[in-house]
Design a protein around this ligand. Structure first.
Ligand code: NAD
Length: 489
């Protein structure tokens, strides 16, 4: 098998083509991937730019691959999934370096945490599929059995932030359930997905079970989600793209999950551990704010306003902007100049709107960094409160009491995640239960058990990932009903 066109990225050899039916396949057209760490140095890779024909070929290969992979037992699939996890672990540092260069992600976080999480995602679903038992019961003079059937080829579309971890999080349950996959990563950070696809060849997936298509969302992405032979679509990205994909899914009556944007409230009561809360609040600038789960709206009890702000600034002042590969750096650059312009556009419009820029508010010269920014809006209707910015921009609002905190927290169209900081268990319960959101953390952030449901309310998403929830989505259920005494063995 030809290894196809490749590029050296940070000393790592990366495939630049599509993986279709177990073969590397090129396209006439390419698109350039540049590193946000050194944008002006020019492209680090020219990646194949798939089109309608690429999408059709990938779905055809995935249909053939499904006929094999979908017929394997859960135990056979689990073995390959564990092998995939072993290979991810063995290639930890290469994946970390490529992701850091391609997307600007912090190298240390990748190396010490997120690549391992990718392996865990494969192991988790390898184990869960073995426990995913059929349900059997007697009722109405019948033996009832629920069989879980793999659904068919699944299109998996992922965003540019945390691309490696999110790709594994979405691919693993689809594969474990017995579906073949066609992965379409984001065009701003396509390279770690190429490494992952290459590992799939070594892991032992049958040809066509694991496919990768590179290219532009509106081109090959749109062609994939419109293909009538696709049986599942799972998407992580913006609400705007989610709407387009949802329409394509509806046209073909294909089940669709969407993990979309967030505008999480971080509610800090006067009785909270203020040092811990202020530290955590300043660290919502982590990954330069390119985190869907971030608590980007700081809602602080009025009585602790000044004390909180003093502590927050102390922590925010200590954040070091720099090269994502250096372990002395806290915040890397934004992914793309266009994205930085978008982020700055929000801040400029906030200024014009009469919102107060409390700190930051400008791009950093000669790099793609953006100053960690805090804005006190003129009103809760301000655009910076109501829209996802996806950069290092937080808003600051105060509340007088619990009811007002809940009202403000629930006042956007989003509902992905929230934080409540208080030392009162009763308050944590009351407030946490009143929030319209998919996730609530009390006095902590990000850490979660991967079997818990994950997803958003409102425009933050449709459906739930995590544990059995994702396996259910990727399966078709069939109920057998056999009249008692009508068959004998
Ligand atoms: P995006 O919606 O622009 O793109 C996401 C993916 O969709 C990319 O691969 C893109 O190529 C593809 N795409 C674009 N148009 C398409 C089309 N018409 N048909 C098919 N595919 C298409 O999102 P993004 O800018 O890459 O990512 C940022 C967004 O993702 C933010 O809103 C963020 O909050 C969200 N996000 C959500 C979660 C979550 O778990 N809820 C996690 C990470 C990111």
């Amino acid at each position: 098998m030809s290894a196809g066109r490749r590029a050296e990225v940070g000393g790592v050899s990366v495939p630049l083509e599509h993986l279709i039916g177990g073969e590397w396949v090129g396209s006439e057209q390419t698109f350039a991937s540049r590193s946000p760490l050194d944008w002006d140095a020019g492209p680090i890779a020219d990646v194949a730019r798939g089109d309608q024909a690429t999408a059709d070929a990938a779905v055809q290969a995935a249909t053939a691959g499904f006929a094999v992979w979908g017929s394997w037992t859960p135990a056979q699939r689990a073995e390959v999934m564990h092998k995939m996890a072993d290979l991810i672990e063995a290639n930890n540092d290469d994946i970390a370096m490529v992701e850091s260069l391609d997307m600007g992600f912090m190298y240390e976080s990748m190396k010490n945490r997120l690549v391992a999480r990718g392996a865990t995602n494969f192991r988790l679903y390898a184990d869960l599929i073995l426990e995913h038992e059929e349900r059997t019961w007697d009722a109405k003079n019948m033996r009832n059995v629920v069989q879980r059937m793999p659904a068919g080829p699944a299109v998996v579309i992922t965003p540019w932030n945390a691309p490696f971890m999110l790709s594994t999080w979405k691919l693993a349950p689809a594969l474990a359930a017995g579906n073949s996959v066609i992965h379409k990563p984001a065009e701003w950070s396509p390279l770690s997905a190429a490494l992952l696809a290459e590992l799939s060849l070594e892991a032992g997936f049958p040809p066509g079970a694991y496919n990768l298509v590179q290219g532009i969302g509106e081109e090959v992405g749109a062609a994939l989600v419109s293909n009538p032979d696709v049986r599942r679509i799972t998407f992580t990205g913006s609400p705007q793209t989610g709407r387009h994909i949802g329409k394509a899914a509806a046209e073909n009556l294909v089940p669709f999950t969407a993990e979309l944007g967030g505008k999480g409230p971080m509610i800090i009561f006067a009785d909270a551990d203020l040092d811990a809360a202020a530290h955590r609040a300043a660290w919502q600038f982590d990954d330069s704010g390119q985190v869907c789960l971030a608590g980007t709206r700081l809602l602080v009890e009025e009585s602790i306003r000044e004390e909180f702000l003093a502590k927050f600034h102390e922590h925010a002042d200590a954040l070091v902007l720099g090269d994502s590969r250096e372990d002395t750096t806290d915040l890397g650059p934004l992914v793309h100049p266009d994205h930085r312009s978008n982020v700055h556009g929000f801040v400029e419009r906030a200024r014009q709107n009469g919102d107060t820029i409390v700190r930051g508010g400008a791009p950093v010269e000669s790099s793609l960094h953006y100053e960690p920014t805090l804005i006190e809006p003129r009103s809760n209707d301000s655009e910076v409160v109501q829209s996802e910015i996806f950069g290092p921009v937080l808003t600051f609002q105060t509340f007088a009491n619990e009811d007002e905190a809940i009202e403000l927290a629930n006042s956007t169209a989003y509902g992905l995640s929230a934080m409540v900081w208080t030392t009162s268990q009763d308050r944590a319960e009351r407030v946490g239960r009143a929030l319209r959101t998919g996730l609530v953390w009390v006095n902590t952030f990000l850490v979660r058990d991967l079997t818990a449901p994950f997803g958003g309310c409102g425009i933050s998403g449709i459906g739930r990932e995590g544990g059995d929830h994702a396996l259910e989505f990727h399966s078709d259920l069939k109920t057998f009903m056999v009249l008692d005494g009508s068959v004998s063995s």
